[in-house]
Design a protein around this ligand. Structure first.
Ligand SMILES: [Zn+2]
Length: 349
């Protein structure tokens, strides 16, 4: 008989969700806040960490992530700020649901922004849409990967959606470094930089509490979006993501994971194995479909088992399809051909 290594299944210690505008304790000094989002993914989690007292002796806190720059989030924040003094904002990465309200919060509370350099500058570049960070370049990338004119027109109609939902970003920030330890209240949190979802995503790990604030690098239930973007068309974010999640195996199996979406969970090693299997499986499916040459656009129904019409979803789907194709191409198992300005991928011999 062969015994497979014992891995703990995922468990969710908190069944109840925090009420809007309230903080719910999940570990000593660590509180869970849930903010609404107007997307299919309808919420984002923030973490309020108790952080000593301010200059006038009032208990203060550091928040990890800020929520989207939308009125329901501001309303919830106003309720929180009635009972919490905000001292510092740490933002895991530049995506709108994480960075969106940082400038507003800085104005309301004076709390400075702490962020990695790669995330801060990416946010600024996406907001301004300079160089290949703009919408035109995204449309060109998708044209080259086989989307038709109707689908491209749908994408163009969205405009610079990043600037719409992140209208402003704090003018200054304190740079966070990979491996740095940040003292928050009585606890030390180590910055773990991860790649593949965003350029320099910061997760935070507290050894004493065995708590990982994973951001979007480790989610239960859904797999993290791993996308090629137009400023780095030949990037291999899937290889980076797989390397980054494997590095989380160094943390204890019983770590309490606090993800940006979904509920806090235990079963980190099991979740890593599930995500590795998920991407392996998607790669196999793509390899099978590329027995005859295919574009990324043609492979979307294969990868997602459905057609994707909504332009917002299509951006994510194309990014994810190209990420898997670049990974397989750069591993040498898929060949890539340029056929009148459109890339096609086929199984290499
Ligand atoms: Zn994200």
């Amino acid at each position: 008989m062969v015994f497979s290594p014992q891995v703990m299944p995922l468990s969710y210690p908190y069944e109840r969700l925090p009420d809007a505008g309230t903080a719910f304790k999940v570990a000593p000094g660590v509180n869970w806040v849930r903010m609404p989002l107007p997307f299919a993914l309808d919420h984002v989690n923030l973490w309020l960490l108790e952080d000593g007292v301010d200059a006038s002796g009032v208990p203060a806190c550091t928040v990890v992530d800020t929520g989207a720059a939308l009125d329901p989030t501001r309303d919830n924040w106003r309720r929180l700020l009635a009972t919490h003094r905000l001292k510092r904002q740490i933002v895991t990465h530049y995506h709108p649901d994480h960075l969106g309200l940082a400038a507003w919060l800085e104005r309301e509370t004076g709390a400075p922004l702490w962020m990695t350099l790669g995330e801060y500058t990416s946010g600024q570049l996406h907001r301004l849409g300079v160089g290949n960070y703009g919408l035109d370049s995204l449309i060109e990338l998708c044209r080259r990967h086989g989307l038709d004119e109707r689908q491209l027109a749908g994408m163009a109609g969205r405009g610079n959606s990043y600037a719409k939902i992140v209208p402003e970003i704090p003018a200054t920030f304190r740079r966070l470094f990979s491996g740095e330890t940040v003292l928050i209240g009585a606890d030390s949190w180590r910055v773990i930089v991860g790649y593949g979802h965003a350029p320099e995503h910061a997760s935070l790990y507290c050894e004493r509490l065995q708590v990982l604030i994973s951001g979007d690098m480790m989610l239960p239930g859904i797999s993290t979006n791993v996308s090629v973007q137009s400023e780095m068309p030949d990037a291999n974010p899937l290889a980076l993501f797989l390397e980054s999640i494997a590095a989380f195996l160094a943390l204890p199996a019983e770590t309490l994971v606090l993800p940006s979406h979904g509920k806090p969970f235990r079963g980190l090693h099991q979740r890593i194995a599930e995500l590795q299997a998920h991407h392996r499986d998607r790669c196999e499916v793509l390899l099978g479909a590329c027995a005859t040459p295919k574009t990324a656009a043609e492979l979307i129904p294969v990868l997602f088992q459905r057609d994707i019409g909504d332009p917002h979803q299509l951006v994510f789907a194309m990014g994810e399809a190209i990420a898997h194709l670049n990974y397989l191409h750069q591993s040498g198992v898929l060949a890539r051909e340029l056929d009148i300005d459109v890339f096609r991928f086929r199984k290499a011999h």
